[in-house]
Design a protein around this ligand. Sequence first.
Ligand code: CS2
Length: 489
Amino acid sequence: MTRLCATSLAAIKQGVAVPDYDRAAITPGIVHLGIGAFHRAHMAVYVDDLLKDQPNWAIVGASLRRPDTKDALEPQDGLYTIAVRDAAGTHPRVIGSILKVLDANSEREELLALMASPQIRIVSLTVTEKGYCHDPATGELDQRHPDIAYDLANPTAPKSAPGMLVEALARRHAAGITPFAVMSCDNLPSNGATVKRIVSRLASLRDASLGEWVADKVAFPGTMVDRIVPSTTDADRATVAELIGADDAWPIMTEPFTQWVIEDNFPDGRPAFERAGAQLVEDVEPFERMKLRMLNGSHSTMAYLGYLAGHEYVSDAMGDPAFVALIRGLMSEEVMPTLDMPGTDLGAYRDQLLERFANPALKHRTWQIAMDGSQKLPQRLLGTIRDRLAAGQSIERLSLGVAAWMRYVMGIDEKGENIDVRDPLAMRMMAISAGAGGDPEELYEGLVGLTEVFGDDLADNEVFGADVVEHLDSLFDVGAAETVREIVG
Ligand code: CS2
């Protein structure tokens, strides 16, 4: 079969949507760091919708770790397919908004030069929680992070995302070019303000006046991003090849739902994202909090409990009525009362989430969501827990999510098999659980001592400790499936 690329585009099967603009006439206005599946199912699609009318906002993507996306997309002239799936079928569309992908390791100078050039007015990021080299509990730059230490020693050839931003901004500052807006599209709490804090801090460690300029002059619009994007499998590649009539080395599978709420703070201009369906607002934080606590908090809870109960996919866990009751109860009883969202029907939002989780066509692995829990727990579960503890309210279901994470990161499942725990703190967590020797109380004490996850307050909270340890007891005694059943009664 022919490979998807600019010259084969005309031969793609009829009915498959392809770019409605002349790709030879578009020019880059955005550099995107972290060109993974999420970006390609989300922002790149919004931009694709706009390029016909706004041809100078195309994207140059960069991968900071592995060149695998570049290797897949280069022979395809940046083209790839998104396949939107639900029970009714799979709908392919070819996206053309990514002009080029650069590998930050081997093409660092080209990437930095582009970021420093005036045509780039937005640098957006999806580098995952851990890519910001920060302390997840406080949201501050982690100055002891090895990549940050490296970047401070080699500021003009940095490795980390914050280091790349600082160097590109420094070059613009020196050349008198207005700064680009830095737009994080990661699931961090207050992502705009958090990234501003991290980047200005790193800049000031390099040079105090650069730090001041970044803090005063660079815009860091906050965003709430939402679309569920499971990782692509070989079976997905075969399905897409069949549907479009060409091979695509890296198609993206996703759901019909998509949402993007953006703080309208782009002093140097922006594409008309609202014309592609994004909501431009003054204050994005309530939306972020709602999404992180409702969607991602439920996701992480289902990921750990579901994995332990033997569910490979989220939709499998949603096939168990006890799981549905748990997640519904978690959102209704424990999360929704912590949210202040006038004008939003939270009950309808919850019901829509339950439907999205149950999408049988979306093969979303519990293991995929379980990754990097140490970076995710604070904004997904612990913030809600803090709010409820302060108000003297119950945290029964929220604390079960935390207990399931503690049980999961031990690295051994309920059948005694190893779990492939992917987390920047995996080694430390394994050592803690080895030391605990299967004792729930000791496991809790050890893990709650990770202050970069739990801060320095939760370890002293007796209600929190008692609830988590009680759930851990149950997870050890009767397993995850039965624990969920007992809780929902
Ligand atoms: C998931 C998210 O992997 C995870 O941690 O919870 O990627 C989730 O699918 C997205 O945030 C949905 O918008």
